[in-house]
Design a protein around this ligand. Structure first.
Ligand code: ADP
Length: 144
């Protein structure tokens, strides 16, 4: 079975991706791994917390998903990995839950994740990174 690497990307963040690029490229070269990029769109509780009613004031989720897929592909284009070994996933809900679920179903041999947003220096491990490190069945490379 092919070696599968899962790379969760927060598309609202630019800088973070730069730090993981070289690590993903290096790991992708080992055994010609398949690289799966995933971005998760936070769902309703997030919008509700912003005080938005989700029926009328939000653009349709399909639109969000299409835009997110486009953005994810733009970000992935910065990685030097052969196109036929790159795959994309756009999910909706909790980032950590979706990362863990996809890691299990692929199944991924390795998850490569950044420790936290670069502009947030108050903690060493973000909540999504922490949950993935704690609960994933596979190896997790945390990039600082
Ligand atoms: P912070 O709270 O500082 O943003 P996180 O733990 O959320 O820290 O982010 C660390 C990493 O988790 C990100 O670099 C990314 O790999 C992953 N991640 C976070 N949010 C998402 C998301 N919405 N979709 C996919 N991956 C995400």
């Amino acid at each position: 079975m092919a070696r599968i690497i899962l790379v969760p990307i927060d598309i609202s963040d630019k800088e973070l991706t730069q730090r993981v690029v070289s690590h993903v490229e290096a790991e992708a070269r080992i055994d010609d791994a398949e690289v799966h990029f995933l971005t998760v769109i936070p769902s309703l509780p997030y919008y509700a917390s912003l005080g938005m009613a989700y029926t009328t004031e939000l653009p349709p989720m399909d639109e969000f998903k299409a835009e997110s897929a486009t953005r994810l592909k733009e970000i992935a284009a910065q990685f030097a990995i052969p196109e036929d070994r790159v795959h994309f996933h756009v999910k909706e809900g909790s980032p950590k839950d979706n990362i863990l679920e996809l890691a299990k179903t692929l199944p991924a041999e390795l998850v490569i994740i950044a420790s936290h947003r670069p502009d947030i220096t108050t903690y060493l491990l973000g909540s999504n990174a922490a949950a993935v490190v704690r609960h994933a069945d596979c190896s997790v490379l945390v990039v600082r």
